[in-house]
Design a binder for this molecule. Structure first.
Ligand SMILES: *Cc1c(COP(=O)(O)O)cnc(C)c1O
Length: 389
């Protein structure tokens, strides 16, 4: 398997997430190339991928991160450094006070948050030697093409980003950056359409700021992503708005796309209406997007139900009735101890795990195929479960 040629799967402890340094670096090279050609700066959105043992590699290519709040920002400060951007729908005063000491940009979400904290944050920043702190405002372009409503920041009633009609005429005076995030796993044609709505709705504010952030959801490292078009869009924005000194993109998923696997083993086969394979993992605890999104993850060597000779319903070991991954077929019957490899499991997995039911957390491993070496491995047990309760 690409990125894992030298890995001894037979002896791999399960369940475990294994990130490939080689595959991660391939993604990072593509992103660095986009930066070079477009003039945009790309930030890692920690929400999607925060396995900090990989940060020394990520740091070679990207200059900064974006956080969803204080804890991710503290992780960024401790393990990544560089530019630390942070956004939250509603900060507390204590958080703003702390973030102002070290953040590069704090992005507020509403006129009320700006009124409450923009001057306060600048004052705190100056007092603590971080006078360069920039203030951003997340706005809602009121246009998105995200079909899954729980992932659509522009859905009716959304709290994410200020609509133009909720902002005072002078709102742009308090800020350095306009930020929008309205995409999810999408190509650059979608960005083009979202951007034109943003430019239309915020036409009076864009000339007053010096940076713009086009958010995440750009699936830049996907094979069919139109990079040329992205480069054109970014350059076009710079050309239309000469006051804009820097454009940021902040993808999470694209950084770790297809860069990691989730290895799990068959514990037991039970026969009810169907043949059910109970795995040593759990959809709800270890890959919740399978249930939330929902989506069907790929398994190496498996097919759709009925496509190969032996079909199984794959299920997790929690007691949630719906802890089911889906139906898959295999060339040979599954048996206890067989290893199954889910692909594309580095993003939105480790960052979302729970210990519901006391199900153990998977190992996190970082594999360097070029060296044939596990660079890092983290294991969890009872203490981790207990410490959260
Ligand atoms: C989730 C999120 C991102 C990253 O999104 P991806 O889909 O992982 O690229 C970036 N910015 C904001 C504000 C987000 O909420």
């Amino acid at each position: 398997m690409r990125g894992f040629e030298k890995l001894d799967f037979e002896n791999l402890a399960t369940p475990s997430y294994v990130v490939s340094a080689d595959l991660l670096e391939e993604n990072l090279k593509k992103l660095a190339d986009v930066e070079r050609r477009s003039g945009a700066e790309i930030l890692l959105a920690l929400k999607g991928f925060s396995a900090y043992s990989t940060f020394p590699l990520v740091r070679k290519y990207l200059r900064g991160t974006t956080s969803s709040g204080i804890n991710e920002a503290l992780l960024a400060r401790e393990y990544f450094g560089g530019e630390i951007h942070v956004y939250n729908p509603a900060f507390t005063e204590g958080e703003v006070s702390r973030l102002a000491e070290f953040a590069h940009t704090i992005v507020f979400n509403s006129q009320a948050q700006l009124d409450k904290f923009a001057d306060f944050a600048r004052g705190r920043a100056k007092a603590s030697g971080n006078a360069g702190l920039e203030i951003g405002l997340r706005v809602n372009p009121q246009y998105a093409e995200v079909e899954t409503q729980i992932y659509n920041p522009c859905a009716g009633g959304s709290r994410l980003g200020a609509r133009r009609d909720t902002l005072r005429a002078d709102a742009a005076k308090k800020i350095d950056m306009l930020h929008f995030h309205a995409m999810c796993e999408q190509n650059s044609d979608v960005l083009e359409r979202v951007l034109s709505h943003f430019e239309d709705k915020f036409a009076d504010m864009i000339p007053q700021v010096k940076t713009a952030n086009f958010g995440g959801g750009h699936h830049i490292t996907r094979a069919d992503y139109d990079v040329e078009r992205l480069v054109k869009i970014v350059r076009g924005f710079y050309a239309r708005h000469p006051n804009i000194e820097k454009i940021y993109l902040e993808p999470g998923e694209a950084i770790a796309l297809n860069a990691g696997i989730f290895a799990t083993r068959v514990l037991e086969i039970v026969q009810n209406d169907a043949q059910i394979a109970i795995l040593d993992c759990s959809a709800t605890c270890h890959m919740p997007d399978v249930l939330e999104m929902p989506y069907r993850p790929q398994i190496v060597g498996a097919g759709n139900p009925g496509q190969k000779a032996h079909t199984y319903s794959l299920a997790g070991r929690s007691c949630l009735a719906g802890d089911r991954i889906g139906d898959y077929s295999f060339d040979a019957p599954l048996k206890e101890g067989d290893i199954l490899i889910f692909t594309d499991m580095a993003h939105y997995t480790m960052v979302k795990t729970t210990t519901f039911n006391g199900v153990n957390l998977p190992d996190i491993a970082y594999w360097n195929d070029a060296l044939g070496k596990m660079e890092f491995i983290k294991k969890f047990g009872y203490e981790d479960f207990k410490s959260r309760l």
